[in-house]
Every structure is written in C-alpha cells, then in structure tokens.
Write a protein that binds this ligand. Sequence first.
Ligand code: NAD
Length: 277
Amino acid sequence: MHPDAQNLFDLSGRVAVVTGGAGLLGFKHAEAIAAAGGIPVLVDLAAADPGARAAELAERYGVDALGSTTDITDRAQVATLLDTLLERFGTVDILINNAARNPKVEPTDGPEWSRLESFPVDLWDADLAVGLTGAFLCSQVLGTEMARRGKGVIVNIASDLAIIGPDQRLYRQEGLPEEQQPVKPVTYSVVKAGLVGLPRYLAPYWADRGVRVNAISPGGVFAGQPEEFLSRLHALIPLGRMANVDEYQGAILFLCSDASSYMTGTNLVVDGGRTTW
Ligand SMILES: NC(=O)c1ccc[n+]([C@@H]2O[C@H](COP(=O)([O-])OP(=O)(O)OC[C@H]3O[C@@H](n4cnc5c(N)ncnc54)[C@H](O)[C@@H]3O)[C@@H](O)[C@H]2O)c1
C-alpha cells in the first residue's frame, strides 16, 4: 500500500485554475479543490461573477480563493491571469479546462439553427473559440509555466459525446416537421472530441517536464430536464439515471492529485455506463 494513502488526494496549498468556474459544474470542481485544501481560482466572464463565487468557497472551506474575470478566448487576458497568479501565489499547479458555450439544442435564434444544414458559421466560430481555442490558450500559457517549474496537472472537461455520437432521437418534439426537429449542435461533438485529443498531444510533449494532461468525459447532469427527455435518456444509461451535480468531484480530485500520478494522455469516462451500449 502507498505509505501515505490517506493523503493521496490532498491538494493543500495547490493553486488550481478552473475555467468557467462560476458555472454549474465548474463551481463544483472548484469546491472539490477547496475541500481538499487547494486554492481554487474561478475564471469566468463578468456576468457569472466569479469573485462572488470564489468568496463563497473561501468562507465555506476556510481556504484562500480567487475569482478572476478573464475571457479565455483572449490570449492577452490569459497572460494577465498568469501574472496575477504568480504575483499573488507564486505558482500555478492545476488547470481545469471546463469553460464552454454549451450550444443549445432548442432553437432560440430562428427555427432551424441548431440543425446541421443551417448551422451558422459565426456560432461554429464562437463555440470553438471558447471550447477549443480557450483550452489551447490556457494550456499554452499556464501549462508552459508548469513545465518551466517542472510540475503541474491539466484536466480537460470533455463529455460522453466525445466518444459516441449524439442520439438525436432524444430531442425530438412531437408535431414538428423533420427539418425543424431540434438537434444537439455539431459544435458540441467537435469541441468535445478536440478536448480528448489535446491531452494526447500535450501529455507526451510535457511528460519529461512533470506536467500530466488528461481528460474526463462526464455524462449528462440532472438539472430539471423534462420528464419525456429523461425517460428516453435513462433507457440509454445502464445505471438508469443522469448524474447528480456533485458526482464528478471524486474523478476531479483523482485526476488533479497525486492519486493519478501514473496517468497522463488519457480520458477518464464517468458516464453511468452509457458508452458501453
Ligand atoms: N452539465 C452537463 O450535463 C455536462 C455534461 C457533460 C459535460 N459537461 C461539460 O462540463 C463543462 C461545464 O458545464 P456546465 O454545465 O457547468 O455549463 P455552464 O454553462 O454552467 O458553465 C460554463 C461556464 O463557462 C463560462 N464561459 C463561457 N465562455 C467563457 C469565456 N470566453 N471565458 C471564460 N469563461 C467562459 C460561462 O460563463 C459559464 O459560467 C462544459 O465543458 C460542459 O460541456 C457538462
């Protein structure tokens, strides 16, 4: 047994950047970091108020925490974030690439835009800018600093839809003509596949510099979805349900801590078994 098994998941004093950290799951990742003694840095857009959410964690867990209004699609802002971290904490240890635009299935801007045939190129660009370019820029700027220091961890938040195609039957609405049926947008699959691909590049690139890079592929989280959607989806998941919002915290702690010290360049699937079917 590992001589220090109790402390394998300990993150005391480690500075952990969570992009999209004020969102639904990002905040939960940041909470897991705080609960393990780490210093969560919640990076998000101003509208999500990352400062207030960081203050919440600092108070609840008695740790240092920082909220940073940073648009991760802008390299200069990510570089400023690094300067702030080095000034305030002297280090950056962990990066969780979690931010996303999460393109909507329901058409909100015209009847057909979520469908492939009419998917606007500006939405394609915007989704890829946050999901992929943002993850690349944060990895480039913060990961390079980790490599320089000889230690660090990067975790990309992908999805079960990085592994399987979206089952568009889940989103069907009775009575709508075929060409207006809502679908999961193409950018979701493309961004998530890229987030699994990036660690396969970065892990060997930085393996001898002490930086480990992995992805996690979570299944969907229950958040009050309509009953009809839930019953269709539950039938596709061996565990028969969506995840609760805190059910990825264990995997996050595993990937961010020394518990996963021999793991790099891979994808941890936490999907209730969905991708086995
Ligand atoms: N919720 C789920 O069911 C689920 C399932 C699988 C994977 N995921 C993935 O988990 C991650 C978090 O999802 P969520 O449900 O918490 O979504 P969310 O929309 O609640 O959070 C995403 C956050 O990213 C932030 N963001 C967007 N653009 C940004 C930018 N340019 N710079 C900085 N921050 C930006 C948003 O403001 C938001 O707070 C996403 O990558 C998502 O695809 C979610």
